[in-house]
Design a protein around this ligand. Sequence first.
Ligand code: SAM
Length: 233
Amino acid sequence: HVSLYLVPTPIGNLKDITLRAIETLKSVDVILAEDTRTSGMLLKHLEINKPLQSYHIFNEHKTVEKLVDRMKKGEVIALVSDAGTPGISDPGFLLVRAAKEAGLEVNCLPGPTAFVPALVNSGLPNDRFTFEGFLPHKKGRKTRLEELSTESRTMVFYESPHRLMKTLEQFAEVFGPSRMASVSRELSKMFEENVRGTLDELVEYYQHHPIKGEIVLVVEGRGKTGRSREEED
Ligand code: SAM
C-alpha cells in the first residue's frame, strides 16, 4: 500500500503529463503543492477535483511530522511541484526521508524534469555526469566553483536568466574559455532553444542575445591534461 506518491508535472508543455500521473492524482486523498494556484490551474485543465494543500520549503520541516502521522492513519498523499519532478531542486526530500523512516511506502513516478533533456541535447558526454542544481548565489559560491574546477564529469546547473551572463563569465575563468558548454532555455515550450559552444563563444553570443525564460546550463568536464575532453579527442 503506497502512502506517498511523488508526481512529476510538465516543465512547460502541458502534453508532457503522463497517463499514470493523471490516474494517480485522481486516486489520492489530498494533493500537496508548492503553489496551490499554479497546481490548481493544472488540475483544472486535467479536470481533477481534489483537495489541495500548500507545501513549501519554508514550512517543510514543521509540516513533515504531521503529514507522516496522517499517512500512518491511512491517508494517501501526492506531492507535486510547480514544474517537473518534486524533490529535484524543489521540496520533497525531507518528506520522502521521513515517510521511509516511518516505514511507509513511497512511489515516485517517472516523468518530466528539466535536466535530462538539457543534458542529452547538449551533445556532451553523458555516460557520467553530476547534477549541481543551483549554485550558491554568494556564500560558498567560490568554494563550490573551485571544487568543480577539477571535475571530469559533465556538469549540469540550473540558472536564472538574469544571472546567466555572470555565471558564464565566471565559468570561463574557472574552467577556461575553450571548455564546451550548452545553454538550454524554455525546454518543451514554444521558444525552446539549445545553444552549444565554448564558454567564450556563449559569453559572446549572450552579449548580443539577451536571454529570457528558464535555463539549464551544461558544462563539459575537465580532461586528463586539464584541457576539455573535446579538445583532447
Ligand atoms: N523540479 C524541477 C525539475 O524537475 O527540473 C526543477 C525546479 S527548479 C525550482 C526550477 C529550475 O529548473 C529553473 O530555474 C530552470 O533552471 C529549470 N527549468 C525548469 N523548467 C525549465 C524549462 N522548461 N526549460 C529550461 N529550464 C527549466
